[in-house]
Design a protein around this ligand. Structure first.
Ligand SMILES: Cc1cc2nc3c(=O)[nH]c(=O)nc-3n(C[C@H](O)[C@H](O)[C@H](O)COP(=O)(O)OP(=O)(O)OC[C@H]3O[C@@H](n4cnc5c(N)ncnc54)[C@H](O)[C@@H]3O)c2cc1C
Length: 411
């Protein structure tokens, strides 16, 4: 059972049924994975009255290694699911982010961030899907296939039962098992590795803190306040040819090199062991469509942002796009509508992913990261572009480009 940070275990939800109890009917859609991508997609399809089965191998509420921080692109997705108020009520609102460069130049950008532990957030998201009509089951899918008639079959571990759907969805996050069997994986290697732990500490910080430290580049350390003196402290490293330390060593280097992290960690009570995970970023690595029957969505197809590692909002947005395409294909009987999905994804989410990749290339060079931190601190133009990025989800190219830097010298 997953423990809340107070030490009281979270009660398992009663609305997740064993896979054995799922009726053997032809489902409109079977979604494997009940994280933000799966739940958001399930909710939007159920709203259009499709018969949706969502299956997760974990019993909810489940743990998910994460920084537990939501940026602006989560908000419209929560609003669409009527969950914005509830998430804010259960989470904590932060008013800004302080970003440190390798030489500890720093700037603070005001903004609206909400932090909430993933077991709680994901329980809310899956619960809303269930409230809308989705059937949610526990089971580990081991194979998804397409038959002659284009129907999708799903097999599960340890039970002799095959379920069928008109369309199948893989929303299994960074787990690639199902996608691999379909041959849609282009790049096995994840984009980044990361590790986090929870601590209770008197060393205060009110803002979200990101530290792009020399020893960790390309990557960064974070301190995420969760309320009641509890912090999620972690660090991530993008896998390039300079990857030379273990994750624990990167974490140690972060704490040693960041005065704020030292303040929070010194004398802190460690309330959960450090746990690691991988990230798949840049909207690449796995093809989003298999034949005209299986759609892949969320972190499986790399929806997490490079540079910041934020992926909850993008996973949900991809779920919305996928739900629209699948819904149109099912309601018109024209599977050709699904072929629009990859290009719609690229058109709607791609430009910001490319912008974050460009920003990552700049920040990966310590001298350039320092130069940019100083420019952002000094230039009204660049600072307000940062505020706009945080508040309105603008493209980071508006900051990390030669044109923007030149402009920053006279505005
Ligand atoms: C250390 C770390 C820190 C992060 N910090 C942040 C952050 O602060 N903010 C942010 O926005 N993003 C953050 N991210 C990224 C974020 O966690 C992901 O982008 C997000 O969870 C992706 O959502 P998803 O629904 O695609 O996948 P997931 O949330 O991973 O959900 C996938 C689900 O599929 C299930 N599953 C997998 N395989 C099977 C199977 N075979 N059968 C049945 N079920 C299966 C899993 O149990 C899981 O519940 C972080 C990631 C890491 C690793």
């Amino acid at each position: 059972m997953v423990e809340a940070l107070s030490g009281t275990p979270y009660q398992p939800v009663e609305w997740q049924i064993p896979i054995e109890n799922v009726p053997e009917q032809l489902w409109d859609v079977i979604i494997i994975g009940g994280g933000p991508a799966g739940s958001s997609m399930a909710f939007h399809l159920a709203r259009r009255k499709f018969r949706v089965l969502m299956v997760d191998m974990a019993r909810f509420p489940r743990e998910k290694v994460c920084g537990d921080c939501m940026i602006t692109d989560v908000e419209p997705n929560l609003r669409a699911m009527c969950l914005s108020e509830e998430v804010r009520k259960q989470g904590m609102s932060l008013q800004g982010v302080t970003i440190f460069s390798p030489s500890r130049s720093h700037f603070t950008v005001s903004g609206d961030f909400v932090t909430l532990r993933r077991p709680v957030l994901d329980r809310l998201l899956a619960g809303k899907a269930v409230e809308t009509g989705v059937i949610f089951a526990t089971g580990k899918a081991v194979e998804m296939n397409v038959g002659e008639d284009e129907a999708v079959t799903v097999r599960f571990k340890d039970i002799d039962k095959t379920l069928q759907a008109r369309i199948g969805v893989i929303a299994t996050g960074a787990h690639l098992g199902l996608a691999r069997k379909l041959g849609v994986v282009v790049t096995e290697k994840p984009s980044a590795v990361a590790m986090r732990c929870y601590v209770r500490s008197p060393g205060r910080t009110e803002n979200l803190v990101l530290h792009y430290q020399k020893d960790i580049l390309p990557g960064y350390g974070w301190i995420v306040p969760l309320g009641k003196d509890v912090y999620n402290v972690g660090c991530g490293h993008y896998l390039d040819e300079h990857h030379h330390l273990t994750m624990r060593e990167y974490f140690k280097a972060f704490v040693a090199g960041s005065p704020l992290a030292r303040r929070v960690m010194n004398g802190a009570e460690i309330i959960s062991p450090a746990r690691g995970g991988v990230l798949r970023c840049g909207l690449k690595g796995v093809r989003p469509l298999y034949r005209r029957s299986i759609v892949l969505v969320g972190e499986t197809i790399g929806t997490t942002f490079t540079l910041t590692g934020e992926g909850i909002g993008q996973a949900m947005s991809a779920g919305v796009i996928a739900a629209a395409c699948v819904g149109d294909a099912l309601s018109t009987g024209d599977r050709g509508k699904l072929e629009l999905y990859p290009s719609l994804l690229e058109a709607k989410l791609g430009p910001r992913h490319r912008g974050f990749e460009q920003a990552q290339r700049w920040v990966a060079r310590p001298w350039l990261a320092d130069f940019m931190a100083r420019r952002i601190h000094q230039s009204r133009y660049l600072h307000s572009a940062c505020v706009d990025l945080v508040a309105n989800g603008r493209n980071p190219r508006r900051i990390y480009s030669i044109k923007a830097v030149l402009k920053s010298f006279w505005s």
